[in-house]
Write a protein that binds this ligand. Structure first.
Ligand SMILES: [Zn+2]
Length: 375
């Protein structure tokens, strides 16, 4: 009986992970409202999820398993206008997979065939080995100007070469404007600590509740990085260099920082808790550096133990430049003259709001994973 229920539990877990694998969403802007959902009939593996057909990377693709019919659906959750869809066929094991596909729209709760398209020179593509140019093969579908909230690409098994279906990119256009699936200002950031690891616990992500910092945690805590040789996690220390995540200009560098006493710290914490939205003379960020990356993106690096001598307001930095070292400044540990609590608190600000504001913890975690691991 016991074994049976464990088996049932395992079966349940499997089902839910399959579900997650085949379904997901991409956040376009900096909050959950701006979200596009996708789902697929099946997924060949974790590196071939539906999002790979929406990531503007022609070298990554959604790939199904071998059992058709295959489909990938994109759901905008609200009507939007579009006049062109462009499909870039993908490859599996260096070969193109699709001969034909059908574009369908949803009408009266039913999918109807809008256009049936052939992949030009599909036979030739099938036999040619991988080269990046081949990924640029594209099929344009002129929609003539329509509004719809969702569409899907259907590929019956007969329209594939060997059972699998693969799509590198799905683009939707209005005029010459490509609809954005995500905020491309956030693409290309590196981790602010070399080999930095994303934290395991929710409390280290934006939106986690805090007794200080106005009741909410606005950033990402990086506590560990992995060792080069054996990938073992190593704790961030006062010797750990902190790096600029992208090119930019320093807009704040706290050269005149003075630590708080434990009493000041507790008073300040209590004040901030009661007045979460007012200006605070002393935040808990300690020694901070802020970088403006232009176009509304600012990153902040908090609790530093020191700032690099070159880092001053107005100085231009390159991605990967050392701006200082990690520490525990601004935290109670520092106020007490102790070494505990050392980590990098890192924030991404988008158009004046911290990234993660208004998002569920699940979305926050997904978004940060996407920013740092999709590359
Ligand atoms: Zn933090």
């Amino acid at each position: 009986m016991k074994l049976f229920s464990i088996l049932m539990l395992l079966a349940g877990l499997n089902l839910s992970s399959d579900y997650e694998k085949n379904k997901g969403s991409i956040i376009i802007g900096s909050d959950t409202i701006q979200k596009i959902k996708y789902s697929t009939s099946s997924t060949y593996g974790i590196n071939h999820q539906g999002r790979k057909a929406m990531d503007s990377d022609y070298n990554s693709n959604w790939t199904s398993d071998s059992k058709g019919p295959h489909w990938i659906e994109i759901d905008f959750s609200a009507k939007r206008i579009m006049d062109k869809i462009i499909i870039y066929p993908g490859k599996k094991d260096n070969y193109y997979t699709i001969k034909k596909f059908t574009l369908q729209f949803m009408h009266s709760d039913k999918w109807f065939d809008f256009a049936r398209m052939e992949v030009p020179e599909a036979e030739k593509g099938f036999f040619s080995f991988s080269n990046k140019k081949n990924y640029k093969k594209k099929i344009e579908i002129d929609l003539g100007g329509i509004d719809a909230s969702k569409f899907r690409i259907l590929i019956p098994e007969d329209d594939t070469f060997n059972g699998y279906a693969s799509i590198a990119e799905i683009e939707t256009y209005i005029g010459s404007n490509k609809l954005k699936y995500f905020d491309d200002r956030l693409i290309g950031m590196i981790m602010p600590i070399r080999n930095g690891l994303l934290p395991e616990k929710n409390k280290h992500y934006p939106n986690a509740p805090r007794k200080y910092r106005g009741g909410v945690h606005a950033g990402l805590d990086i506590l560990d990085y992995h060792d080069d040789e054996n990938y073992k996690p190593v704790s961030v220390s006062k010797d750990t260099p902190v790096l600029a995540v992208k090119d930019g200009v320093i807009i704040r560098a706290d050269w005149n920082y003075k630590p708080m006493t434990p009493e000041e710290w507790l008073n300040q914490s209590e004040y901030y808790r009661k007045n979460p939205r007012t200006f605070v003379k002393r935040s808990f960020g300690g020694i901070q550096v802020w970088i403006d990356h232009e176009n509304g993106i600012v990153t902040t690096y908090n609790h530093l133990s020191e700032i690099d001598s070159k880092i001053k307001k107005g100085v231009r930095v390159k991605q990967g430049d050392v701006i200082g070292k990690a520490g525990n400044s601004g935290l109670i540990g520092e106020a007490e003259g102790k070494n505990y609590g050392i980590h990098l608190h890192f924030e991404i600000w988008v158009d004046g709001y911290y990234l993660g504001k208004g998002m569920s913890m699940k979305d926050v975690r997904e978004y940060f994973t996407w920013i740092f691991l999709l590359r």
